[in-house]
Design a protein around this ligand. Sequence first.
Ligand SMILES: *[C@@H]1O[C@H](CO)[C@@H](O)[C@H](O)[C@H]1NC(C)=O
Length: 165
Amino acid sequence: MLLKSGLIFAPLLLGMVTLAIAGPLHAQCKVEWYFGIPCEELYKALVSQINKWATATSCATGGQKCLYKLQSANVHFISAKHTTPVAKYVDDLTFRLTSYDLHHHCHVSAMSVSETWYVILDHGTNYCNLYNLMEGSGLTNVPGYKEVTSDFMCTQRSSANCTVY
Ligand SMILES: *[C@@H]1O[C@H](CO)[C@@H](O)[C@H](O)[C@H]1NC(C)=O
């Protein structure tokens, strides 16, 4: 009987938590990015940045710009993992690249999800996992750069400080 009522209340409780934080239930982030450069260039820049930040050295002075690990990569799809240097949480990152405007432009649909299901608040880490790669590789400065996201699509997006997270 106890077990049964527990099962009934669990989704209710989770729903209340979601409402309380007004964002995704599980810490995660989805961003749509648009660039005025071909996907081929973008793909090379992202892969090179992931490899540059593979070891803990790049976090020696703080921040989270380290411990990225490339899982697979081609001009249409990149997958990687990011481990937070202190808590060792692992987040799964994916980038889906789509050419448009006769291959002169690239649309990137990026997603970061915490593997640990009970991570509900992440201080914007999942957003920063993605944004730091874009910024570090200089992609945020290319012509036609545009970002579409929100607190609803990304846990704690508006309070994220990517220098720290
Ligand atoms: C982000 O954190 C850094 C380091 O603590 C701080 O210097 C900076 O002012 C913060 N930025 C914002 C926008 O709060």
